[in-house]
Structures are given as structure tokens and as C-alpha cells.
Design a binder for this molecule. Structure first.
Ligand code: HEM
Length: 159
């Protein structure tokens, strides 16, 4: 369809449709903005390692106390340990808020705390390997305590 001026003319009906499509897309985008930033907040590199460790430990939980699931349990422990080892080489975001004179001590404490987690994961691996199914839940709970203590000391408030 052409207008008298020779410029192609968009039929009125199709223009209306285009208008509503654009309006709908804009509205959907606007609605998605706060949801995206709330649900998928940005992770620091350390936060990513922590998330990976949390996933591995979540997968691990239902495998404990069952000697038939030993291989899968050991694989999850190995994954958690890999993330904890990588986390050890990173610095908490809170480090920047610590007075420069105290920073080395803060990082030393952080690494020591992560070393504790790694040691507990090793202890758990030994229990799983040796079918000490009755000991596994208590060692797993120890990881929860270490997490709480680590976060209380090394995580920024509101992080
Ligand atoms: C043992 C089990 C642990 C689990 C499952 C765990 C899990 C997590 C998770 C899910 C986050 C949030 C990540 C994000 O949303 O970006 C996080 C953050 C963090 N965790 Fe852990 N955590 C553990 C232990 C520890 C320990 C022992 C420490 C300290 C020695 C620690 C220090 C931190 C810090 C500092 C952050 C904030 C990230 C940053 O500062 O960049 N976590 N952790």
C-alpha cells in the first residue's frame, strides 16, 4: 500500500498492533528489572565460589548416612573442597573496609577459617570412605557452624 507522496504506508490496523507490541514489550521489560536484580544479585568472585560450595553441600546432604551412595557423596565433597580451596585465594569484599594496618591479620584469619572448612571436608571424606555413616551428620553440621562463624566475621553487613 502506498500513500500519495509515494512513501509506503503502514495500514492503520498494523500500526495499532505494532504500538501495542512495543508497549507490551516495554512494560514486560520494566516489570522484569527489579525482579532480575533481586533474584540474581551480582556475585563477587568469592561469592561465586561460595555459591558453588553451597550447591555441592546441598547435593551432598541427602547422600549422607547411606553407604550405597558413597561415590556420589565423595564426588560432592570433592567439588565443595575445590570451591573452598579456590575461595581461600580470594579476599572478602569486607577487606576494603578494614583499616590498612589490620588487613593482613584479617586476611590471615579468613584463610585460617577456610582451612577449617577444608579440614572438616577432609574429615567427612574419611568418614564416608570408611562407611562411618553414623558420624557423617555430625560432621556435616560442623560445616554449618563454620559457615555461620565465617559469615559473622568476614561477610559485609547486608551482603
Ligand atoms: C562452610 C560452608 C559455607 C557455605 C555453604 C557458604 C556459602 C556462602 C554463600 C551462599 C554466600 C553468598 C554468595 C553470594 O550470594 O554471592 C557466601 C558469601 C560469603 N562467604 Fe561463605 N559459605 C561458607 C563458609 C564460609 C566461611 C568459613 C567463610 C569465612 C572464612 C565465608 C565467607 C564468606 C564471605 C566473605 C562471603 C561474601 C562474599 C565476598 O565478600 O565477596 N564463608 N557464602
Amino acid at each position: 500500500m502506498f500513500h500519495l507522496s509515494g512513501i509506503p504506508c503502514i495500514p492503520k490496523k498494523s500500526m495499532k498492533k505494532t504500538f501495542f507490541t512495543v508497549l507490551f514489550a516495554a512494560a514486560a521489560f520494566a516489570v522484569s528489572l527489579p525482579v532480575t536484580s533481586f533474584a540474581e544479585h551480582e556475585h563477587t568472585p568469592l561469592g561465586e565460589k561460595m555459591e558453588a560450595m553451597a550447591h555441592a553441600l546441598k547435593d551432598l546432604k541427602p547422600l549422607l548416612g547411606d553407604a550405597t551412595k558413597k561415590d556420589a557423596a565423595l564426588a560432592s565433597i570433592a567439588k565443595a573442597k575445590e570451591s573452598a580451596t579456590a575461595a581461600r585465594d580470594l579476599e572478602p569484599a569486607k577487606t576494603k573496609d578494614i583499616p590498612e594496618a589490620d588487613r593482613a591479620k584479617f586476611i590471615e584469619g579468613y584463610k585460617k577459617s577456610i582451612d577449617g572448612v577444608i579440614a572438616t571436608l577432609d574429615k567427612l571424606a574419611v568418614a564416608v570412605k570408611n562407611d562411618k555413616t553414623g558420624e557423617e551428620a555430625a560432621i556435616y553440621a560442623q560445616l554449618g557452624d563454620e559457615k555461620r562463624r565465617g559469615h559473622a566475621s568476614y561477610m559485609k553487613k547486608g551482603q
